[in-house]
Design a protein around this ligand. Sequence first.
Ligand code: B12
Ligand code: SF4
Ligand code: SF4
Length: 372
Amino acid sequence: MSAVATSTADEIRKAAERLGFVAAWAPAALPGFVEQRYAAWLAAGRHAMMGELLRGVEVRLDATQRFGWARSALVLALPHAYPQPAAPADDGVRIGRVGRVFWVREQTFVERLARPAIDAVKQALREVGHRARDWIDQGPLPLRSHAAGSGLGWIGRSGMLVSTRLGTATTLAVLLTDVEVEPPAPHPDRCGTCRRCVDRCPTGALLGDGTLDARRCVSYWTTQHPGLVPVEAWAGIGDWVFGCDVCQQVCPWNARADAAWARYVPDPELARPDLRRFLAPGFERAFAGSAFERAGRSRMARNALIVLANAGDPGHLGLVRAAAGDADPIVRATAAHALVRLGDRATADRLRADPNETVAGEAQAALLGAAA
Ligand code: B12
Ligand code: SF4
Ligand code: SF4
């Protein structure tokens, strides 16, 4: 745990822990090798189409450039090892899996929920004359690097921050502050000879050095990638309709992790969603405030069609045929491939005459691909 220099820092950490966070201090500045790793990752194109990761890299990796007052980072982890809720007992098409972190509804699953607690920590700092600025989730600060710098855990071969107590199921936030702290002792790497995550990743995305190639990662394709998902990536996606947890499910440090922040309440409709709801009207209302809503209906309908195609059950053809008439060309183009996979070439053939060039081209490619 962090060897903080001041009793103020210790008091603030305890205040954060009373609010439900697992908290630890790190220096604001990151070790030089973090930037080298990050730059090498970008140079190799491993960020796929996540262009935002390229922006403002210097500031991203050295927050003290923009916030000259910053001396430390208070790392706040919220555990989310809540159990999977039972699927609703209806006739829904609940064959898609969702990454555990996305089972709570509140957008951006931590921002709204955690905001009052984070503001309370900031207020505690203000009361003792210190300033702070926060970053939660998708912001530009490299949250895992700050967390590794705080000694809360280590960067596993899965790329995740791993803690012996909490496993990998933690959502991270960081407060930059002007509190002076001593650098804590780094957490020893406890992966040892284990390589389960690397070996079991369905797409070989993990490189073995704690980084991944997003161009191969199911989580990237299903949550971040805009537009069409190339058919070559479909097999790896399997039944993951949003996110992917395989590299965490196989991690031995998750076997006993069961801590969950009290305000996290997993929603059965998010943990095992009815795929029909991604393809029918009313998506925004059904998934208001969820990570699905943030991703948007087009991506979720696309993902649902891929899962339906991968399931290979012609009983789902009715849903896929309806998607062939969807207003969204990404959905129609994905439907063309799904139709062919489920054995309905006739409807796919009609899409060759679609007024949208991409849809017509994908229908043609799907039919030719199946014939080859
Ligand atoms: C882009 C992104 C993604 C991308 C790329 C992921 C990746 N591995 O790079 C995609 C879409 C694939 C993704 C997937 C997931 N993500 Co994501 N993602 C992010 C985001 C926004 C930026 C990550 C980033 O900059 N990646 C680029 C790489 C190169 O940087 P990095 O991962 O930080 O790696 C650095 C460290 O490992 C450091 N390092 C290595 N060793 C050491 C040692 C020390 C001592 C130090 C100081 C540093 C250090 O060197 C690397 C280079 O700088 C962060 C939020 C944030 N702002 O940080 C969430 C975040 C990393 N994601 C998170 C989650 C939960 C997920 C998923 C589990 C979601 C899911 N179920 O599908 C998967 C897990 C995939 C995986 N195995 O990593 C959590 C991780 C929590 C944790 N306990 O680790 C974060 C922190 C969000 C949050 N608020 O909690 N994600
Ligand atoms: S999230 Fe899934 S695809 Fe991505 S690295 Fe982990 S196991 Fe592989
Ligand atoms: S599965 Fe094994 S190698 Fe991967 S992060 Fe967990 S302990 Fe480390």
